[in-house]
Design a protein around this ligand. Structure first.
Ligand code: MTE
Length: 322
């Protein structure tokens, strides 16, 4: 069942005159607490890619989740899933910052493309241009955050490498380093390295984002430095961290979670309150940062991005292709 929302985060284009845009942005930043968080951050040293990161990424007003305030920085960076280090959400932040070097970092792009290439993430940031987008983020475990990401749409990079007609899917692969991130060795029943995949039209969708920052700062190691995927209408596990390879494939790629539990983690994994996980309901979600006793809020179809993405799945049975 598709829940219709007013898409409050999508501001009308008519308001985008320079002066009102400025005022709105200030008001939004003030109201949302982004300014306080940014000020608190300026004193901090954040690990991750730095050389290519702009002083102040511009907020793209087209992508603002205004129905809820952004999740405070301390939760976004202190409550993480990063199994290469540990399954303890509170310990990731410590373990990912014990000497793991995320700069310099290269990203290899290949498969069915006219122009396979290897790119330094810092150069990529400079070339693509970095903007801030505030997206909803919904984990399959039924918790959620609102995150101001800094990065660029994946379709900009796709355009650069020129996929051939054979490219029907995109496969993403995370780094694997036994020394820096040995946590995965405790879960050898999974098919490491962590991989994820999208259909090529999903990858080309304007919402699909490569993030190199959070809250206007380079992305911390625990959040997937120096470059990670963000697909806001899908469950969070699709948003693969610390990417080293992107391959364009003809067949649907095998992915870590889908291989581990195809009945629990579908290849599509679009947020859908009507399709329960076999072990829990997906109808509601716990908003991180609010009290543990706070009432769970209803989960929105496609995480509230239905108007933008429902067309990608026309004619597909969303219960079957979950
Ligand atoms: N990517 C890698 N490489 N390893 C992981 O364990 N966890 C996924 C996703 N990407 C994961 C990953 C899951 S389950 C979630 S919910 C999000 O990252 C969590 O991102 P966050 O820690 O920045 O909130």
């Amino acid at each position: 069942m598709l829940i219709k929302t007013k898409l409050p985060w999508l501001l009308p284009e008519t308001e985008a005159t320079p002066e009102s845009a400025y005022k709105e942005r200030r008001a939004f930043i003030k109201k949302s607490g982004l300014a306080t968080a940014a000020a608190a951050l300026s004193a901090k040293v954040v690990d991750g890619a730095t050389a290519g990161f702009p002083k102040k990424p511009n907020l793209n007003k087209k992508y603002i989740a205004t129905d809820r305030k952004p999740t405070p920085y301390k939760y976004v960076t202190g409550y993480n899933n990063f199994y290469e280090f540990t399954t303890d959400k509170y310990a990731v932040r410590h373990l990912a910052n014990q000497g793991w070097k995320t700069e310099p970092w290269t990203l290899k792009i290949g498969g069915h493309v006219e122009k396979p290439m290897t790119l330094g993430v810092n150069d990529l940031c400079k070339e693509m241009g970095i903007e801030m987008r505030v997206y909803r983020f919904r984990c399959v475990e039924a918790w959620s955050m609102i995150i101001p990401w800094d990065g660029f749409p994946l379709n900009k990079l796709i355009k650069k490498v020129q996929p051939t007609a054979k490219a029907k899917y995109v496969k993403f692969t995370t780094f694997m380093d036994e020394k820096a991130a040995p946590g995965f060795k405790g879960y050898d029943y999974y098919d490491w390295p962590y991989t994820e995949g999208l259909r090529i039209d999903e990858a080309n969708h304007d919402l699909t984002f490569l993030a190199v920052g959070i809250y206007g700062q380079p992305i911390p190691n625990q959040n997937g430095a120096p470059i990670r995927l963000v697909v806001p209408w899908k469950y969070g596990f699709k948003s693969i961290k610390s990417i080293v390879r992107i391959d364009f494939t003809e067949k649907q790629p095998k992915t870590l979670w889908n291989s581990a539990g195809p009945d629990e983690y579908g290849f599509y994994s679009n947020v859908n309150p009507a399709v329960p996980h076999p072990r829990w309901s997906q109808a509601r979600e716990r908003v991180i940062g609010e009290s543990a006793f706070a009432e769970r809020v209803p989960t929105l179809m496609f995480n509230g991005y239905g108007e933008q993405v429902a067309g990608l799945y026309k004619g597909m049975d969303l219960k079957k292709f979950f």
